[in-house]
Design a binder for this molecule. Structure first.
Ligand SMILES: *[C@@H]1O[C@H](CO)[C@@H](O)[C@H](O)[C@H]1NC(C)=O
Ligand SMILES: *[C@@H]1O[C@H](CO)[C@@H](O)[C@H](O)[C@H]1NC(C)=O
Ligand SMILES: *[C@@H]1O[C@H](CO)[C@@H](O)[C@H](O)[C@H]1NC(C)=O
Ligand SMILES: *[C@@H]1O[C@H](CO)[C@@H](O)[C@H](O)[C@H]1NC(C)=O
Length: 314
């Protein structure tokens, strides 16, 4: 984008220079280009978007047939955004816009399952980009369909997104039951607390607590320890983010420089049109003078009072 602007600006300068057919003005234009400005532009770091996740994604977990989604990404394009859902990886959002800094960000990173009524009910992608004092997150829910696709993305609560994913993987209800995906050890543990609950040896609350332990041991829920592990790289990533911000800062400066230049160009434009009018007037006067050759007099024209004035300013 930035280089196109630059080319455009130079193009305009040369266009004006060519049309003005005045040596003085051409020289003036070249001098007017601030060296710093030119250097800034040429030395701009590439504005490649680096979406830096704040946490590492968790390992795959859950119903084994969902492994078929590993390594795949699904897009959803709306009028203003392109969403990309990479199961067990991340959800990103890309603003479709011609503005200077369209939003490109991470809405969530794969963490764990939501389990309701002993059934896998949603994928939770958390710790996306910062949103005020919280981090963006996405709840991915599934509906049965013949083909894998993101059918809808909404934001029911500020920075908490809901992504509807259509997939044949959930068409068999039992395929989302948690129990079959547990190791035999954990199945045994579950059987045991089930018995204890029946015999009223534990409370409903105690039973639920034990169940959470089982789901955590299976990796469907993240333990606090694993959460910490995944976030360990935050500090390193934060340092990277700061670097990115510096880049934007200098881009903003550059943008300001561009605005300043536009204003200056406007000034030149006015000058050129004034000069042209002045010349036209002079030429008319020349033509009215018999025996005067207008071509040979071009040198004198460039030293019109206006241009002399401009020259002196340097
Ligand atoms: C999101 O996941 C995809 C698939 O693994 C990966 O290629 C991409 O780099 C990830 N994006 C971010 C911002 O981490
Ligand atoms: C992911 O799996 C690898 C290999 O099995 C293991 O070493 C690592 O600790 C796991 N990471 C998490 C966050 O569970
Ligand atoms: C919970 O799941 C069982 C089957 O496992 C089903 O019969 C029951 O209706 C479900 N309850 C709710 C509240 O969804
Ligand atoms: C943090 O990042 C380093 C390399 O960047 C990697 O080797 C390490 O496994 C990461 N830690 C966690 C907890 O993912």
């Amino acid at each position: 984008m930035i280089f196109r602007w630059e080319v455009f600006i130079f193009f305009l300068f040369f266009l004006y220079a060519a049309f003005s057919d005045s040596d003085v003005l051409t020289i003036k234009i070249v001098e007017d280009i601030d060296n710093n400005w030119a250097n800034n532009l040429w030395n701009q770091p590439q504005t490649k978007l680096t979406l830096e996740p704040k946490v590492k994604e968790a390992n795959f977990s859950g119903p084994s047939h969902f492994k078929s989604l590993l390594g795949k990404c699904y897009e959803k394009v709306t009028t203003s955004y392109r969403y990309v859902f990479c199961p067990f990886r991340n959800v990103t959002q890309h603003e479709i816009s011609l503005q200077w800094k369209p939003y490109n960000g991470i809405l969530g990173v794969w963490q764990e399952w939501e389990i309701e009524n002993n059934t896998f009910s949603a994928m939770l992608m958390r710790d996306g980009d910062k949103c005020g004092s919280i981090y963006r997150s996405v709840r991915v829910v599934f509906t049965c369909a013949s083909k894998n696709q993101v059918s809808d993305v909404s934001e029911p609560q500020l920075c908490h997104y809901l992504l509807h994913f259509e997939t044949p993987l959930v068409c068999q209800k039992q395929s989302m039951f948690v129990y079959p995906y547990l190791s035999s050890n954990l199945k045994d543990a579950w059987d045991e607390i089930e018995g204890e609950l029946l015999r009223k040896e534990i409370t409903e609350k105690g039973y639920k607590k034990e169940l959470v332990k089982i789901f955590t041991a299976a990796g469907f829920f993240l333990s606090d320890e694993t959460k910490k592990d995944l976030a360990k790289n935050i500090s390193k990533k934060t340092a990277d983010n700061e670097k990115t911000e510096t880049k934007f800062e200098s881009l903003e400066k550059c943008s300001a420089e561009y605005t300043r230049l536009l204003a200056e160009m406007e000034g030149l434009r006015t000058l050129i049109s004034l000069t042209a009018r002045l010349k036209e007037q002079e030429r008319k006067e020349d033509e009215e003078t018999p025996g005067y050759k207008s071509e040979s007099s071009s040198k004198e024209h460039t030293s019109s009072p206006l241009l002399k004035n401009r020259k002196k300013k340097n």
